[in-house]
Design a protein around this ligand. Sequence first.
Ligand code: HEC
Length: 111
Amino acid sequence: MRTTLLWALVPTLAAAAACGYPKGGAVPPPVTGEAASVAAKKWPDATEASLGEGRALFASKCNACHEHPDVNAVAAAKWPEIVKEMGEKAKLDAKQSELVLRFVLAAQSSR
Ligand code: HEC
């Protein structure tokens, strides 16, 4: 009976593992110069300073439960949903989450 219950749990555990902890990486350097101008084309109010705020939040909040995620290990299209979910876990407000997202995407495009 007990064995049957364990086997019944296998698909659930496998599904949880598929969406696991991120691959760890270093916090990317500040977004400056050309990468910052590229970001400003996408988000007109993005500046080196606001991207720096996003970086500071990323550096201080995104390694509480796992290592800092490798920004290049996740596809750009997936980042918005992930940062929304993780921003809630990290207790960021909507504005702070947006700053983190912009930093991650700008750091990614500058590689
Ligand atoms: C309160 C704990 C906690 C904090 C803080 C946290 N995370 Fe996570 N993170 C998790 C857990 C747990 C997972 C694994 C599975 C899940 O819940 O998606 C995860 C998974 C991830 C993944 C992999 C997701 C996937 O689908 O492959 C990424 C990327 C990530 N976190 C980024 C971040 C970023 C960026 C921040 C900062 C805004 C952050 N995390 C802050 C707990 C946290």
